[in-house]
Design a protein around this ligand. Structure first.
Ligand code: ZN
Length: 96
């Protein structure tokens, strides 16, 4: 037996997963998966952009002190990663 449910896309009562009127997929399982996927992609696309924007603003600032802190932080980050990769290199090459 088919269960009728309201289409989330156009509000028409349907007995199939995919609405014949608007093509909206009302399968609850697929809707849930789609929602999770939407949230995930939203997070992924929103966060790096924000950081990128802040970094860009910071880098192009007219304030010389802020500019200095940017390059200071950048060099610390650079040194930190050089040390990390150096340690990783040592661990990889040292015997035992
Ligand atoms: Zn519909």
């Amino acid at each position: 037996m088919l269960v009728e449910r309201k289409c989330s896309g156009c509000g028409v009562w349907i007995s199939t997963d995919v609405c014949p009127k608007c093509g909206f997929d009302s399968n609850p399982k697929r809707v849930r998966v789609q929602k999770i996927r939407d949230v995930k992609t939203q997070k992924e696309s929103a966060e790096p952009e924000k950081i990128d924007l802040v970094l860009k603003k910071w880098k192009n600032t007219k304030n010389p002190i802020l500019k200095l802190t940017y390059w200071f932080g950048y060099s610390i980050w650079f040194v930190y990663f050089s040390i990390l990769s150096f340690i990783a290199f040592l661990v990889a090459w040292l015997p035992g």
